[in-house]
Design a protein around this ligand. Structure first.
Ligand code: PRX
Length: 652
């Protein structure tokens, strides 16, 4: 089994235990307590999850915890709830009414503190706006917004009226939006004129307009005036958020929805060119995010939590909106870039708001290390008590710096492994219990039956690489791929019948810790963002000059992986630096800037097997090492390799 990232083998590494002080005050204060609860959650999942679900408000209690007809699960069957009420109203109705729900900071420095009471008014009012426009339960609503409070209001308002939101990350381009509109059949869009990023306005509404040139079924585009830019509006279709809410009631009676009511679609990359609409539903998803947030972030009433992810990714859904708000937490939300006006911005926010729990990605940590210690050194970070990491394996150097420089050596780090599909964290330390080693996500969360299997389905021994699987259903699991049950079955459930395959390689050490090695499929992880090689290839091939393309990930110190593209031009096109730049920009135009190839090589051919399959393994090795050492006996045309070697020795 091969891996994309350098292989960890850390049996010998130092173990870092949580301090006695931290353990004493935490929900799960020891490994014995973790093991007891974990065992119960595996032996009697219905008992465990029923207890967790009972912490939410239900209009009608379920009759059965789980209905499992592999690979289709229904959780809390017959139960009825309103997800938004659980995140907003139940807090606004009690002592948390005037507690800050969101402490928001815009990149230019504007600030807003939104209490649970205010959140309720804003969300209710916007729910009324949506209903006034005819949006109904079961409809799909596309959200393309920067990190502003309206993003949370919009998601929660959709949840409140039973419409499924589909948030699209602001870095995606018009074609990506059009594809998602087409696939989801959304008829309403919520966007903004733009958002602030590194001191500049990133336009959003113009991108929506471009997408709507090819997709005509949208009736309403609601636009937040975030940046006061001159934005063209199409009458009859477009309206301003601030106009729509004028005079609209801030009260809205929430209806109860079935536990399996779709809550959202979130598109993610897989091994084919077409992104998958991951479908999450209500009762199980909220139970999973509520429970994991409570235990893993060990949330306390007085905590100030901050997750730096964008709302356009699953982390923003589960650990900015649903998990923290369902727990009645106070959180920081920040609009802009970590390095604006300089690399001290995050640390200034921590100091200014007294952040106590901080959750970010390894790629950001590596960028901070590179920027220099003078930035964190200039701020008081002593309010921090717990740190988190998500999105890719955290390399020990980054882990140690994070622990020492940001956490002052006293904060446990929860390295959380999970996926868009899993909805909630699956493998992570319990901060008050688990001895940590830099680089391992350690042990499964409650109810998660994780294992590592070899190709024949046997469980791997300690130290052996294998495929990460989950052997039992869990409440926040994806229910399907929107509109494509077959693809759901074949992608996730066909490697080992009845078991969920994550697509990641992993290994356990002698203490049972899970070490995630990286993706086993053709999915890249660039700065914690998931991109399919096939998606980028199809974007390249959509350019008239390109005959064929192959894309691979190469190891990169900062981003984890960088995108390397190999392109065969159609006859009549000449290789040139200008064309290289045009093609890189073309990918950014089709998918978004995050997918722009870092290197692009022209080649007369690609290494292929005799049956015509591109040998990506060779391309990866070539790019990483400049040569080929492995077995090439199945290669069809050896001269291609020599040509590529020459190309690689020249700068791209
Ligand atoms: O390869 C794993 C990696 O990110 C993939 C999931 O990507 P996405 O659906 O975009 O969700 C990211 C945020 C949850 C996984 O298949 N990954 C995520 N977290 C970790 C990780 N790899 C190692 N360690 C992690 N903590």
């Amino acid at each position: 089994m091969s891996s994309k990232n350098s292989t960890p083998s850390h049996d010998h590494d130092a173990v870092i235990k949580p301090s006695r002080e931290f353990s004493k005050n935490s929900r799960i204060p020891s490994m014995a307590a973790y093991k007891r609860l974990y065992q119960e959650s595996i032996d009697k999942p219905a008992t465990f999850w029923a207890r967790e679900a009972a912490e939410l408000d239900w209009h009608k209690k379920w009759t059965k915890v789980l209905d499992w007809k592999p690979p289709f699960a229904k959780w809390f069957v017959g139960g009825k709830l309103n997800v938004c009420e659980n995140c907003v109203d139940r807090h606004a109705a009690g002592p948390r009414r005037n507690k800050a729900a969101i402490i928001w900071e815009g990149e230019p420095g504007d600030k807003q503190v939104i209490t649970y009471g205010q959140l309720q008014r804003e969300v209710c009012r916007f729910a009324n706006v949506l209903e006034n426009k005819g949006v109904k339960a079961g409809d799909r609503v596309l959200i393309y917004l920067p990190m502003i409070p309206e993003a949370a209001y919009a998601m929660l308002a959709c949840a409140r009226i039973g419409a499924a939101h589909n948030v699209v990350f602001g870095g995606f381009a018009a074609e990506a939006i059009a594809d998602r509109l087409e696939d989801s059949g959304a008829t309403t869009i919520i966007t903004a004129d733009g958002g602030w990023r590194r001191g500049k306005v990133v336009p959003l509404k113009p991108v929506v307009d471009l997408a709507l040139e090819s997709y005509q079924n949208v009736n309403h585009v609601i636009v937040v005036n975030r940046c006061h830019t001159d934005t063209p509006m199409t009458s009859d279709r477009d309206s301003w958020w601030h106009d729509d809410i004028k005079g609209v009631s801030t009260r809205h009676k929430a209806r109860a929805f079935d536990s399996e009511q779709p809550l959202f679609l979130l598109y993610t990359s897989g091994s084919t060119g077409k992104p998958k609409g991951i479908l999450h539903t209500s009762g199980g998803y909220l139970t999973g995010t509520h429970s994991s947030f409570k235990y893993i972030f060990d949330i306390r009433e007085q905590d100030v939590y901050w997750c730096t992810a964008d709302i356009g990714w699953i982390t923003g859904h589960s650990y900015i909106v649903y998990g923290p708000l369902a727990n009645g937490a106070t959180q920081v939300m920040y609009e802009g870039a970590p390095n604006f006006p300089d690399f001290g911005r995050f640390w200034k926010i921590v100091e200014d708001h007294g952040v106590s729990i901080f959750y970010t990605a390894p790629t950001a940590i590596r960028a901070f290390i590179r920027a220099g210690d003078q930035f964190p050194d200039a701020y008081d970070l002593s309010s921090l008590r717990l740190l988190g990491s998500v999105g890719e394996p955290i390399n020990p150097q980054a882990w140690n710096w994070y622990h020492r420089k940001i956490g002052g050596g006293k904060c446990p780090i929860v390295d959380t492994w999970w996926q868009t599909e899993t909805g909630a964290i699956m493998i992570s330390p319990m901060p008050g219990a688990t001895p940590c080693k830099p680089g391992t996500a350690t042990h499964p969360f409650f109810g998660i039956d994780a294992a590592i299997l070899d190709d024949s389905g046997n469980e791997c021994k300690a130290g052996e690489d294998g495929r990460l699987v989950i052997r039992k259903p869990w409440p926040s699991m994806l229910r399907s791929i929107y509109g494509d049950k077959k693809r759901y079955e074949t992608t996730y459930w066909s490697d080992y019948p009845g078991l969920y395959t994550a697509g990641d390689g992993a290994r356990r050490d002698k203490q049972g810790n899970f070490w995630i090695i990286g993706r086993l499929d053709d999915v890249l992880n660039v700065s914690g963002h998931r991109l399919g090689t096939a998606e980028i290839e199809s974007a390249l091939v959509s350019h008239p000059a390109v005959a064929e393309a192959a894309v691979i990930g190469r190891p990169d110190d900062l981003k984890g992986q960088a995108v390397s593209a190999f392109v065969i031009l159609k006859a009549g096109n000449k290789e040139s630096p200008e064309l290289r730049e045009t093609l890189r920009k073309h990918v950014a135009k089709v998918i978004g800037a995050i997918a722009k190839p870092d290197d692009l090589y022209f080649s007369p051919g690609l290494p292929k097997t005799r049956s015509g399959k591109i040998m990506r393994r060779l391309l990866k090795e070539l790019v990483a090492t400049g040569t080929i050492s492995g077995n090439v006996t199945t290669l069809e045309d050896f001269s291609v390799i020599d040509h590529l070697k020459n190309q690689l020795s020249r700068p791209s």
